[in-house]
Design a binder for this molecule. Structure first.
Ligand code: UFG
Length: 344
């Protein structure tokens, strides 16, 4: 058995896939999740893939007393991967205080407990949202591109969290942090035992596409085709969630091997390839043979025109690459949606 790793938000979309990769590599995993945006059945999915369930605590990271108890019960935790956070951009505009309380309070609690219990290593889930719309000279975007004023309270919490980590690393000699800035995670585990299960009407593109394919939604709305891009629709860097999960294992390995060069390291996690909304929808139709009815509507407020990663630093320093073909990724998302909706 390798080191013991605490994964907050381990029942969520990226969290559950990361737990699987960690357990498959022999790590002992403890999940902390308050199930506010995930379900307990995810543990069965994980067990179905790796053969055993991780230890699970139904605890909110804001609950300092329960978290303290957990840290006391597990004095041998060697690293933390912190996913637990609220993540809906639109909701954050309506309920900013909920986002500031959840996303900032839980990180502050964790960093305090880490200092108190001498847990040195944290991997933090951040987002390419911190770059906003990068200037043309910064596309594809690497880690040196300027952080821009956030367009939503959600984005702001990611920026503030990154700053909190840097300040704490400055103050606490023992702390090592790896900040991972994700581009657009999509897809599901090839087993279709875990995947993405958004609450209500999906805000993100691919879940809306798969739900349309499954007949839950009548028509996809494509938000604008008058952008300054080759086909007029927005461009993103869609990264397979299993590839993304593997990057977390690499980050943990790097920290445990004490290979980190700085107290805080930042990595962009993307494929390096930009894909437009229309390209994604057309590829989905070609791969699955299912038609997606769509209409072009006006732009969505706050959308960024184009952003994709320069993942060279993660490729060379972490020894990691997102290389699953888009067709395979889209097929995995459809397989999962069919399973959830009982479609043959
Ligand atoms: N889109 C549509 N129709 C839909 C949904 C999305 O056309 O029904 C388009 C969007 O306009 C955008 C693209 O598909 O051009 C991708 O949209 P997503 O909502 O899937 O992803 P975003 O890039 O807007 O947002 C994601 C995460 C955020 C994160 C942000 C960082 O969901 O949490 O990346 O840029 F902040």
């Amino acid at each position: 058995m390798k080191a013991k790793i605490l994964v907050t938000g381990g029942c969520g979309f990226i969290g559950s896939h990361t737990v699987v990769e960690l357990m498959e590599q022999g790590y002992e995993v403890i999940i902390v999740d308050n199930l506010s945006n995930s379900s307990i059945e995810v543990l069965d999915g994980i067990k179905g893939i790796v053969g055993k369930a991780p230890e699970f605590y139904n605890v909110d990271c804001l609950d300092y007393v329960s978290m303290e108890k957990l840290f006391t019960e597990h004095p041998d935790i060697q690293g933390i991967i912190h996913f637990a956070a609220s993540k809906a951009v639109g909701e954050s505009v309506e309920k900013p205080l909920l986002y500031y309380r959840n996303n900032i309070g839980s990180l502050v609690n964790l960093l305090e407990l880490m200092a108190e219990h001498h847990v040195p290593n944290i991997v933090f889930s951040s987002s390419c949202t911190v770059y906003g719309q990068p200037d043309a000279e910064h596309l594809p975007v690497d880690e040196t591109a300027p952080v821009k004023k956030a367009l939503s309270p959600y984005g702001n919490t990611k920026q503030i969290n990154e700053e909190i980590i840097c300040d704490q690393a400055h103050a606490n000699e023992e702390l090592r942090a790896i900040i991972l800035r994700y581009f657009n995670p999509i897809g599901a585990h090839p087993s279709a035992l875990i995947g993405e299960l958004p609450n209500g009407v999906p805000q993100n593109l691919l879940p809306f596409v798969t739900q349309t394919a499954a007949g839950l939604r009548k028509q996809l709305k494509i938000f604008g085709n008058d952008y300054n891009t080759p086909d007029g629709t927005c461009i993103r860097d869609y990264i397979y969630v299993v590839d993304l999960a593997k990057a977390h294992v690499k980050a943990i390995e790097r920290m445990l091997a004490k290979d980190t060069k700085d107290h805080v390291e930042v990595f962009n996690l993307g494929t390096g390839k930009g894909v437009s909304v229309l390209e994604l929808v057309n590829t989905f139709m070609a791969v699955t043979g299912v038609n997606i009815p769509y209409e072009i509507v006006s732009r969505r407020e706050g959308d960024i025109e184009q952003v994709w990663a320069k993942p060279d630093k993660a490729n060379t320093v972490l020894g990691w690459k997102a290389d699953t073909p888009l067709s395979e990724v889209l097929a995995s998302a459809w397989k999962w949606e069919k399973k959830v909706r009982h479609i043959n």
